[in-house]
Design a protein around this ligand. Structure first.
Ligand code: M6R
Length: 620
């Protein structure tokens, strides 16, 4: 969604803003703008529709806009089409207040009407312009200071927002406010920074503050202050970000997505090793899952009646796979919910349910709402998140952090892989704690889990085969992925990877469902990808492949090494190394990520920033 960057300090602000915004390009946007001021002068506002490059050209990479205090924005249109007048920053009628905003003000029409009645006019269709003028209205009418005027606005508006505001009368100061949208403040040596995500400022500082919900801030070149809604000062402690700046660079790869695919062995290994007891490098060590690290006790697990896994997109797919894993290992009822549905249904859950929220960003609006609703119902919540300090990480009762590092490409790969690992670890730990698994079985499974990074590496070393196959199907219109059980979960993710970056229509089907309608779509040459990693279901899915083949389908079969007979049925076989079948997703997803990637590349598409998509969906 929208990106925000701000800077106040001793250096020229505009180049810093543009460079920061470029680090947020992965979030998706359609226009961009900056407002920069020097001393008491009015801010200079420059905007451009389209890519950030257009704004950079217009301002000579920022060099043409002078001033050491400024705010910048990349917009993903919600209210009003992408255009220069709708782009941020927005200014109040007499230019006293200038602001950028990420999120949605739901009651903006009501606010506009109120302001129209009070003589204000509007040049854009945005909800943001209404809020900027509302701040101005309170600021002048009640002769309030900036913090009080923003606080009064926060009480009046409904919705989600991260706001960065400059007041004409307060040179060298940036004010911020947030509710249900991410915004961080970075403390630098040559000035201070604000941003909607860490990569935007990582090059300048790793000392970051995470303001809480409904908090405001005042940032100058050498001070950072936070306030609550009453206007009282609040003390926050900074967090040292461990990610280094190079983690957010392409590092020689053509695309972030390819770099992140190759980072999976490291990300998976780091996540496994962070939650183990025992020496993972000793073959005969007795290994166990360190649930204590996330604060989960045997006592809490003993009373558990149900698990409910909630997420969006790929995070939801992690849940689908792990429903099978949890049920098989922990012998407990598990349901998996799309966060956007869960939040508006009235799910009937046992009070002893553990709700597991999965989210890379920790800011996805629907997942955050699902977490809050669960807490309101008195349910225990556990978040599997990648971004430390994110809203979901802060609000959940328990947190299992994944160690993917910053994920820039819109299509998730390494974060997804680490979420799978997070779930496996929980399932194994829960199983031992609840007595459905013995300690020696736990240790054996964990030793096997430790082999996954090297096996992923092996698959990556053979990626040219997938590249060759992708070239053959770059012009496909429809692709179907079929599998059963865990393989169905793999299909969901393979299909999403295909459609989101290559724009090829694809669907994932539980293989047994094909006959109930979808098989009528199979024509001569339709690509059907069968995933067959589960030995008990192998023959069943193979029969489904034979059925579609006899209707003209072209078959790719994805299975574990050893199932060589698949070559008698399919046109193209892909084998992944053998592993415990509970972990099969971690290996089988890799060729499917590569397939989506290579097809997108051969079609010349913007792999890292697919059309209409944003990395972090912070609005409904
Ligand atoms: O940040 P989150 O994990 O909460 O994001 C959830 C989905 O938006 C995300 O997984 C999305 O489906 C990815 N683009 C898929 O590649």
């Amino acid at each position: 969604m929208c990106g925000i960057v701000g800077y106040v300090g001793v250096n020229q602000a505009a180049p810093i803003l543009l460079e920061g915004l470029s680090k947020l390009e992965y979030r998706g946007y359609d226009s961009a703008g900056i407002a920069v001021r020097e001393g008491k002068e009015d801010p200079v506002v420059v905007k451009a529709k389209g890519r950030l490059r257009v704004l950079a050209d217009k301002t000579d990479n920022g060099k043409a806009v002078h001033g050491t205090c400024g705010i910048g924005h990349t917009r993903w249109a919600t209210h009003g089409a992408p255009s220069e007048s709708n782009a941020h920053p927005h200014v109040s009628n007499d230019r006293s207040v200038t602001a950028v905003h990420n999120g949605i003000f739901e009651n903006y029409q009501e606010i506009r009407d109120k302001l129209l009645r009070n003589g204000y006019t509007f040049y854009s269709q945005t909800d943001t312009e209404a809020a900027v003028n509302l701040i101005d209205y309170y600021y002048k009418k009640y002769k309030m200071g900036p913090i009080d005027a923003i606080a009064k606005t926060m009480v009046r508006v409904r919705g989600s927002y991260a706001l960065a505001v400059m007041f004409r009368d307060y040179p060298g100061e940036i004010y911020i406010a947030r509710k249900d949208a991410p915004l961080i403040v970075g403390a630098g040596t040559d000035g201070n920074y604000i941003a909607s995500d860490v990569p935007a400022i990582l090059q300048h500082t790793r000392t970051v503050y995470y303001p809480d919900n409904l908090m405001m801030g005042r940032i100058t070149a050498d001070t950072i202050e936070f306030y609550d809604l009453n206007g009282d000062l609040v003390k926050l402690d900074p967090v040292e970000i461990q990610w280094d700046a190079s983690a957010a660079e392409k590092g020689g790869y053509e695309h972030f997505m390819m770099k992140e695919i190759h980072e999976q062995p490291r990300a998976v290994a780091d996540t496994i090793r962070s939650y183990l007891k025992g020496d993972p490098d000793k073959e005969d060590a007795l290994l166990s899952v360190d649930l204590g690290k996330i604060g989960i006790t045997d006592e809490m697990l003993k009373g558990l009646k149900e698990i409910c896994i909630v997420g969006c997109g790929s995070a939801y797919h992690v849940g689908v796979t792990n429903q099978y894993v949890f049920e098989d290992l922990v012998k407990i009822p598990v349901r998996v919910e799309l966060a956007s549905e869960y939040r508006y249904r009235k799910p009937v859950l046992d009070p002893e349910t553990l709700v597991i929220i999965i989210s890379q960003s920790g800011e996805t609006a629907d997942s955050l709402a699902a977490l809050r609703i669960s807490k309101e119902h008195g349910l225990k919540t556990l978040a599997i998140v990648n971004v430390v300090g994110s809203s979901i990480a802060r609000e959940a009762d328990y947190v299992l952090q994944t160690y993917a590092g910053p994920e820039i490409a819109v299509a998730t790969t390494k974060a997804y892989s680490t979420q799978l690992i997070g779930c496996y670890l929980l399932a194994i730990g829960f199983a031992v704690s609840r007595g459905t698994m013995q300690a020696h079985e736990e240790s054996e499974l964990l030793h096997e889990l430790l082999t996954i990074p090297a096996k992923i590496q092996k698959i990556l070393e053979d990626k040219e085969r997938i590249q060759w196959f992708a070239a053959k199907f770059a012009n496909a219109h429809d692709v179907f992925f079929i599998g059963r059980g865990i393989d169905y979960g793999i299909c969901l993710e393979g299909s999403l990877k295909m459609k989101e970056i290559s724009y090829i229509h694809s669907e994932a089907y539980a293989a047994g469902e094909l006959k109930h309608g979808t098989i009528s779509l199979i024509e001569d040459g339709t690509l059907v990808i069968g995933v067959l990693t589960q030995s008990e279901l192998y023959e069943k899915t193979l029969s489904n492949l034979v059925e579609v083949k006899s209707r003209g389908a072209y078959l790719m079969g994805l299975t574990m090494s050893g199932n060589f007979d698949i070559e008698d049925t399919v046109n193209f076989a892909v084998f992944v190394p053998k592993t415990d079948e509970h972990f099969a997703n971690s290996l089988a997803v890799i060729p499917l990520q590569l397939l989506g990637y290579y097809i997108a590349v051969s079609k010349g598409l913007d792999v890292d920033k697919p059309r209409n998509l944003a990395k972090s969906v912070t609005v409904e």
